[in-house]
Write a protein that binds this ligand. Structure first.
Ligand code: SF4
Length: 64
């Protein structure tokens, strides 16, 4: 299970991150709108990365 913190860390480091501007659920939360995270990325679907960058970026984070 991936934590929210990991989603944010990966989003910040990911070369493929593209923010989705029209996710309606983000509007329900005040602080999330500008937050970089996989959850706000257009490639994030069904709790995984559609373009399979997540594992690569996460493992590069683990090395720090
Ligand atoms: S969903 Fe995929 S492309 Fe988007 S930030 Fe996460 S790992 Fe990167």
């Amino acid at each position: 299970m991936v934590s929210k913190m990991q989603l944010r860390s990966v989003g910040k480091m990911c070369p493929g991150y593209v923010q989705a501007h029209n996710i309606s659920w983000t509007l329900a939360s005040e602080n999330i709108e500008n937050e970089v995270s996989c959850e706000s990325c257009i490639h994030w679907k069904n709790n995984k990365c559609k373009i399979n960058l997540f594992d690569d970026v996460l493992s590069s984070l683990d090395q720090t």
